[in-house]
Structures are given as C-alpha cells and as structure tokens.
Design a binder for this molecule. Sequence first.
Ligand SMILES: Nc1ncnc2c1ncn2[C@@H]1O[C@H](COP(=O)(O)OP(=O)(O)OP(=O)(O)O)[C@@H](O)[C@H]1O
Length: 497
Amino acid sequence: MADTDTDTDTARVTDFTASSDAVGQSDSPLLDNDMTLVPEEDVSLTLGSDSLLILDTKTTHAIALYNVLDATCSPQGLRITYAKPASKEDVAVAYLDYSVEAREQPKVEGWVGRLLSLAYGEAQRHKRLKVLISPASGKGTIKSLYTRYAEPILTAARCHIDQEVTQYSGHAREIAAQIDVDSYDAIVCCSGDGLPYEVFNGLAQKPNARQALEKIAVAMIPGGSGNAMAWNLCGTGSVSVAALAIVKGLRTPFDLVSVTQGNTRTLSFLSQSFGIVAEADLGTDDIRWMGAHRFTYGFLKRLLRNTVWPCEVAVKTEIADKQAIKDHYRAYAARGPSLKRESNDLAALGDDSEEGLPPLRYGTVQDKLPPDWEVIPGEQMGNFYAGKMAIMTKDTNFFPASLPHDGLMDLVTIDGTVSRLTSLQMMTSVASGEFFDMPDVHVRKVSAYRLSPRDKEGYISIDGERVPFEPLQAEVHKGLGTVLSKSGHLYEVDGPK
Ligand SMILES: Nc1ncnc2c1ncn2[C@@H]1O[C@H](COP(=O)(O)OP(=O)(O)OP(=O)(O)O)[C@@H](O)[C@H]1O
C-alpha cells in the first residue's frame, strides 16, 4: 500500500492514470486511463498538473511534481524518488516502490517518461555540478551540512557531482578561472555571497569570458550569514531546499555589473553600498558570531554615531519615477520567463566570437564623466545602495523592484540628515514592504553611476566584500551571466506594492 509517511513504500499498482490537462497530447499512451497491472491490488497513480496523486483503498496522497527527483522502471519494479518535507525547513530523500509485471513494463516506462518530463519541465536533468565548499563561510559548518542535507538530494536526482573544498580566500576564483566550460553546467557555491562573487570574477578572467558566463550557471547552497543569492533565486535559507531548487533550477540569464576602481575592473552580482549599509555590513566582522543579526546591530550602532557620508555622485538614470518603476516591474513580470540571452543582450554584449568581457559603454572611473549623466546631491549622503538582487538577507527586501534580467540596477539613496526616528521607521519598513514608497527613500533604475567619496577613509562594499575607499564607476551588462533560479524569471520575493 502506498503510504508517504514512511521513507520506502512498496505497493502493487493497478492503474496508471494521467489527467488530460496534465498530459495535453491526445496521442500519448498515458491517456490509457485504465492500465490495470495487478488486478488484485488497489493502488493507482495519477499525474495531475502539479502533483502526483497516489490513491489506495483508504487514502489519497499527493506529492508535488516539483519534489519528484527521479523515477525508474526495472525488473525490480517502479521506484519514484522524491524530496519529502522532513521538518518546517527541510526536505529529505524518500522512495515509493511498486511491483510491476514484466508484460506491463513498457507501459510503465512510458509513464515514467511522462512523470519526469512534467516533474522537470524546462529544468535540465542530471546537471553536471562543480560543488565548491567554503569552510570559512558563516559559522564554519557548511561542509557537514552539505554532506548531510544537500548531497543526498543532488545524488538522488542523478546530478554529476565534482566536489572541492576551498583552501584559501581567492581559491574559488582560481577554480572558476580554470574550469573547463564544456564539462559542467553549474558551479554550486556552498557558502555565503563571497564565493559566487569570486566565481563570477573567475569566469570573467577566462579568455572566452562571455561564453563561460553564459554556459556555466552560478548557484548557491546557503552557508554564510546573509546568503542573498539563495534567498533571491530559491526563496530559502535551507540547505536541503536549496539543493532541491538547484536540481529543479532553470538556467536564467542574469545581469552583471562591471565596477571600475583605479585600474581594476570587477564584476558585481548583488550590490554596491556606501554609507550606513556598507558600515553595518563590513564594520561588524568582529561580531560574526551574531549571524544575520550583526547587520541590525551594526546599523543601529552607526545610526547613533554618524549619519552622513559625503560624496559626489553622478548617475545615468533610466527610470526616475517610483510609479514608472512599478509599471516597468509589472510589465516585465507579465512577459514571463525568457531562458536565453535576448537579441538586445547580444547587441550590447557582442557575439560569442568576441573574447573577454564586453566593452565598457561609459569607459572607466578614470575617464571624463559622460555629459548626459545627472549629478545628484551627495554632501549629506546617508545611504547609497545599488542592487541587482532584491533582498540582501532574509526579510530585507531593499529592492522590491529589482529584476534579474532587465538590464538595470536599482539605486536607493537616502539623505543622512533624516531624523533618527525616520531612519528607524525605514528599518522596520523594509520587512513590512513599505520602504520603497517612503518619501525620504529615493529610488531610481539606472544603467550606470559614478561615486567618489569625500572622506579619506571608510567602507565601500561590493557584494559584501570590502574594496578600496576610492572613486568607483559601475555599469550593468544585460544578460551577461547565468544563474539557476526557481522561476526562471523573477526573484522569490514580493514585488513593489
Ligand atoms: N579555506 C579558506 N580559508 C580562508 N578563507 C576562505 C577559505 N575558503 C573560502 N574563503 C573565503 O571566505 C569568505 C567567506 O565568505 P562568504 O561570503 O562565503 O561567507 P559569509 O561572509 O559568512 O557570508 P555572507 O556573505 O552571506 O555574509 C570568502 O571571501 C572566501 O574567499
């Protein structure tokens, strides 16, 4: 009898049923709804549009097709492998086993094919993964968490795993720079956001950088303190749920940002910050044990001490008005996923025959400021925050209108002279979703900007990494990178209200 409450369930199958809305094609052999295999038993399996229904004489169980990892039909019978909710935050591998008579095997094999094509949709099966594990991330436990919670799911889904523990800071960058782009589909970073940053920059070092950044998707199994990549793309901070999201992840074109400082050029995938957010993030390294709370603590501490970080800022604004930004977000959301680089991406990036990174449209921070950029007030800057993803850690949706592949960065600027009460209200408004609409929160969609700090020392953060306290210029490249995402389209957060 099929019983999803045990990890291995055995039953004999009487019917294989496929509901017509799920199957769609009338010539499918699976439309034979009365495939009786073992008449004396009474179990049927029905494919619905988003779940597999298991019916026996007493109960009906449903397994979300998203959770189905694998299915095989052999002389030993039919085995369905799936990720079963194991606690509020975890899934674990479980099996359903059914006996199948030899003469029925071809029919069951056809059904298995159908099950898997519905369970995976456009997601690539049996992904070839380079798994990088950073022992220095977060509380230092990700290696054992990966082995216990993620690896069984990746293995059950028959992903090909090549695993490596990073030995020093910068190692992931070297690995990515040397990786054979034809041998892997994705690099999975078991870490915080530091490793994906290294991996994007390692791929960018390759002579065929444009091709490498398209071919190799970057993904995260959360092991740091912020884990923005996992929250945005998979909607989770759980190791096992992120592993499932990678198994089912859709290859999604993703914008990357070039940042120039002095003679250097680096790629940013998450954010650049200057002012209170940079200080709260980077100035709290001594209290890493606090986990994600260190950002809140750092923010409050700075708020009481110093609220203004003077700078000069010029921006290439594309959408300046909050309502227009909301309209842009909704139009993009309505368009649905596009899982390949688009023709306008290619026009900006150059075709694959061109080597290295795409050219910089606006030059570097050392060039003359383009004449059409808007100079915005920076004397009283409290928070300069540019984002390419929506949330920076759980429940911090700073950039609700951020989109993976719209060719734009979301820029938030807040004057440091707003009252402390307003600043505190802003902090709570991030979680409640009111932040975007607050009058003191200035939001723009920009394609490029330049920021020059006035002070001699302080913090600038790129993707949570400290960079020199020097002028920087950023410009976005539409669809330069690739990530694995759950939706193939939007971040796993609420958009602007
Ligand atoms: N073996 C190692 N020894 C020392 N440093 C390492 C080693 N492996 C990786 N690193 C570095 O450790 C850093 C870990 O940063 P990561 O972002 O992954 O974690 P985190 O800072 O805890 O998380 P978050 O960015 O989400 O807050 C990376 O910059 C990486 O270069």
